[in-house]
Design a protein around this ligand. Structure first.
Ligand SMILES: Cc1cc2nc3c(=O)[nH]c(=O)nc-3n(C[C@H](O)[C@H](O)[C@H](O)COP(=O)(O)O)c2cc1C
Length: 217
C-alpha cells in the first residue's frame, strides 16, 4: 500500500478484537522499523517497553484509571502495547555509548572523523541544554518521531494502532521503576486488530484543509 493510501486509511482504533494476536515475525519487523527511527544527531534518547502478555498489559493498565480509564480496554484487548520512554537527561555516558556504536558500525574513516562527531554531538547537546534551555523537550520530540514512524509502519503492515497520551505518568513511573532507570514515560501505543464493534473505524477522517495549514512562500 502506498503511503498516501495508508495515511488516509489508518485510524485510531478505539476497540480491539482480544482474540487476535500479531504474528511474531510481524512484530519483529515493526520493532526493527522502530529501532531504525531517525533522530536529531542520532541521539536515540529512548527506551521501549513491550507488553505482549496479560500480566504485562495489566501492569500498564494500572496507569489507566480515573480520567484515563477510557484507555484501559485498548491496552488489555490489543495484541501488544509499547510504552515509549525518553531519557530524563542526556548524560556523558550516553554520548560515549553512541560514539562507540558509530565506531563499531564503521562510520569513522579516521580519528579526526570520530572526534568531529564527538564534538558536534556535544555542541548540540550543550546548545539544547544551555542556550535553548529545554533539553528534555528536545529529547522527547525525538521519541515522538519514533511514534510517527511506527504508526505509519503499522498501517503499511495492516496492523491497527492507537497512540495514547492519556495515562497516569506517576503510576507508570512507579510501576516500571522508570526514575531509577533515568526515564520518563512519553506515550503508549497499542497494536492489534480492530473489533468489528469499533465505532471509530467507520467515521470519516477530519483534518484542517490544505488552504489553512500550508502557506506557499
Ligand atoms: C500523541 C498522541 C496522543 C493521543 N492520545 C490518545 C489517547 O490517549 N486516547 C485515544 O483514544 N486517542 C489518542 N490519540 C489519537 C488522536 O485522537 C487521533 O490520532 C486523532 O484524533 C486523529 O485521528 P486518526 O488517528 O484516527 O486519524 C492520540 C494521538 C496522538 C498522536
Amino acid at each position: 500500500m502506498d503511503l498516501l493510501t495508508v495515511s488516509k486509511t489508518r485510524y485510531t482504533t478505539k476497540a480491539y478484537d482480544a482474540t487476535q494476536k500479531i504474528p511474531a515475525e510481524k512484530i519483529a519487523r515493526l520493532l526493527e522499523i522502530l529501532r531504525l527511527t531517525p533522530s536529531s544527531i542520532n541521539i536515540q534518547p529512548w527506551h521501549f517497553f513491550v507488553a505482549d502478555n496479560d500480566a504485562a498489559k495489566q501492569r500498564i493498565a494500572k496507569a489507566l484509571v480515573g480520567k484515563y480509564a477510557y484507555n484501559a480496554a485498548k491496552v488489555l484487548d490489543a495484541s501488544h502495547t509499547i510504552l515509549f520512554c525518553t531519557k530524563a537527561d542526556i548524560d556523558p555516558q550516553h554520548l560515549d555509548h553512541l560514539l562507540s556504536q558509530d565506531e563499531i558500525q564503521g562510520r569513522f574513516k579516521d580519528a579526526n572523523a570520530k572526534q568531529g562527531q564527538k564534538d558536534a554531538r556535544a555542541g548540540y547537546v550543550d546548545y539544547y541544554r544551555n542556550e535553548k534551555g529545554d533539553i528534555q523537550r528536545w529529547a522527547e520530540n525525538q521519541t515522538f518521531i519514533a511514534l510517527g514512524q511506527l504508526l505509519l509502519a503499522a498501517g503499511i503492515e495492516g496492523i491497527d494502532a492507537t497512540p495514547m497520551g492519556g495515562f497516569d505518568e506517576q503510576i507508570l513511573t512507579e510501576e516500571l521503576h522508570l526514575k531509577e532507570k533515568g526515564l520518563i514515560p512519553s506515550v503508549l501505543l497499542t497494536l492489534g486488530y480492530r473489533s468489528q464493534h469499533d465505532f471509530n473505524a467507520e467515521l470519516p477522517k477530519s483534518r484542517l484543509s490544505a488552504e489553512e495549514i500550508f502557506t506557499q512562500l
